[in-house]
Every structure is written in C-alpha cells, then in structure tokens.
Write a protein that binds this ligand. Structure first.
Ligand code: NAD
Length: 271
C-alpha cells in the first residue's frame, strides 16, 4: 500500500455486494488511507450487504436515490459534516435499465423505462455534479470518476438503451470537466471498463458470451473489478492531476484490437 489517498475524503456510490466494482474501490480506498461515505438507493440498501462493507471500512452509510436532487443535497450535507470537510473524490458507479432488465427488444422499447434508464445511468451523474457545485462541496483538485462501457461507441446489441445512457454519461464528464476544471481545478473522467461479472453486468442477456469474447479479444485479458479499483485509486490520487474530460479505456486493449490469433483460430478451417 502506498498511502495514495491519505487525508482524502470522498463519496462512493454503487456498492451492492462484494462483486460490485464500487465495493472493491471502497476496500482499496480504505487501504490507501481515505475516509469516505458509502451510499446507495434505499431499496439497494435493504437488499444488499453494504453494512458489512461499512463496518470493514469504518464508513457511514447514507441512503440516496441518485435520481433525486433532494436526496443528493442531504447526501452532500451529511457527508461533509460526517467527514469533517469538503470532498476530494466522488465515484459514480450506478447503472440500471428497466428495459434491459425486463428483456425488451431494442425495437420495442418502453419509453417511460428508457427515460428511467437515462435518468438513473446518465443524468444522475449531472445531478451529482450540479448539487456538488451548488453546495461548494468539492475541494480544489478533487477527482470525480464515473464508470462507462464501450457500447457508448460501438454496438453491442443486448446492451439496449444502456448504450445511450453511457453516451450521455461520457458527454457529461466532458461538459462538467470543463466547468469544474476552470473553477476549481477539479478533474472529471469516465472509465470504460471490461465486462465484469457483477449484478449489473450479468443482468445483460448473453453476458457470458461477451465476457469470453472480450477475454479473447484483449491482449492483456479482461480487466477485473479489483484492477478497475486500482485504476480508480490512481485517478483519485494526486498523481493524475492533469487528466480530465477523458473516457479512459480500462479493458486490456480490447478497444484498440482488430482481431487476435485466438479469434482467428476459432474461425479457421470453416467452410
Ligand atoms: N459489470 C460490467 O460488465 C460493467 C462494465 C462496464 C461498466 N460498468 C458500470 O459499472 C458501474 C457499476 O456497476 P457494477 O458492474 O459494479 O454492478 P452493481 O450491480 O454491483 O452496481 C450497480 C449499482 O447501481 C446502483 N443503483 C441503481 N439504481 C440506483 C439509483 N437510482 N440510485 C443510486 N444507486 C443506484 C445499484 O444499487 C448498484 O449498487 C455501472 O455504471 C455499470 O454500468 C459495468
């Protein structure tokens, strides 16, 4: 351990169970000396195991539905009070599509659910940043990270309307990165992560298929949740102070690979 986050305070969203990317981030942030608040939607707090994590990390849990600006106001107020100062990092690790969950075909989307997908998985990031800015809850040089997926750039049919939500998310990172960079030297980035076996990930039809495909299409193999957490720690640290407004691929090289030997071999000798 390197004490990379010694003295830093933050908010970590989205830790549902030990498979969650946010769960690993919390464990790693604790090891690196950070103090933080854990938050999730009230319904997830009832279903998940967040209290187990909170105990382990000596963290408070504050419920907040990320689509509710009201909840977010309370979240920031209580977090800064609990932690004894403004925030140095925020992790947005939130995603859900009612259409994907209910296996709606892309040509038959329910538009009420589509709006919910955009609100929960995309616009909630704007809300988190808007409330943070209005409350002046961030310290100079704070770092904000949200998790994305390459379906924002390329088609993965079963990712459905989450593709649009991720495109919105990545665009918000640029717009707010500009704004908060100028006003407070705050960084805002998205990390485009490999397929990862979590509750959100495995909820996508054909997930095992594209997990295995991505593994074979990545020179370094798929990035795990723990490896993602390590990357996020580096972005929260002072070692990356000029990285902002980027969508950063953390995918073992998948996004830059046309084809690999393994995949060619699978298609050789076929009529
Ligand atoms: N698993 C993957 O393959 C993968 C790949 C790339 C990016 N991501 C992204 O990583 C992030 C974290 O997902 P994960 O894979 O760790 O799965 P996860 O299911 O463990 O986490 C998703 C979290 O979103 C929370 N959430 C849902 N609605 C909410 C709301 N209204 N308010 C607050 N929180 C809410 C859930 O309670 C849950 O904790 C998501 O943005 C996801 O899209 C995942």
């Amino acid at each position: 351990m390197h004490n990379l986050l010694q003295g830093k305070r933050g908010i970590i969203t989205g830790a549902l169970d030990e498979n969650s990317i946010a769960w690993k981030v919390a464990e790693r942030a604790k090891e690196e000396g950070a103090q933080f608040v854990l938050t999730n939607a009230p319904v997830a707090l009832r279903m998940g195991k967040i209290n187990e994590l909170a105990e382990k990390c000596d963290a408070t849990v504050i419920p907040a539905d990320a689509t509710s600006s009201e909840d977010l106001v309370t979240l920031y107020e209580q977090s800064t009070e609990q932690l004894g100062g403004k925030l140095d990092f925020i992790l947005h690790s939130i995603g859900m599509s009612p259409n994907v969950r209910k296996k709606k075909d892309y040509g038959n989307l329910n538009y009420k659910w589509f709006l919910q997908t955009l609100d929960i998985s995309g616009i909630s990031f704007h809300k988190m940043l808007q409330v943070a800015e209005k409350q002046d809850a961030l310290n100079e040089h704070a770092s904000v990270v949200a998790l994305s997926y390459i379906a924002a750039q390329r088609v993965f049919p079963d990712y459905g309307d989450m593709a649009q939500a991720k495109a919105v998310l990545e665009s918000i990172a640029r717009s707010y990165g500009y704004r908060l960079g100028q006003s407070k030297n705050v960084r805002v980035n998205t990390i485009s992560q490999s397929p990862t076996p979590t509750t959100a990930g495995t909820g996508i039809k054909g997930f095992d298929g594209f997990l295995n495909y991505a593994e074979k299409m990545s020179p370094l193999g798929n990035a795990s949740a723990l490896e993602c957490a390590d990357y996020i720690i580096s972005l929260f640290s002072d070692l990356t102070r000029k990285v902002t407004m980027q969508n950063l691929y953390h995918d073992g090289g998948f996004s830059a690979t046309g084809i690999t030997k393994e995949v060619i071999e699978m298609f050789e000798n076929q009529e």
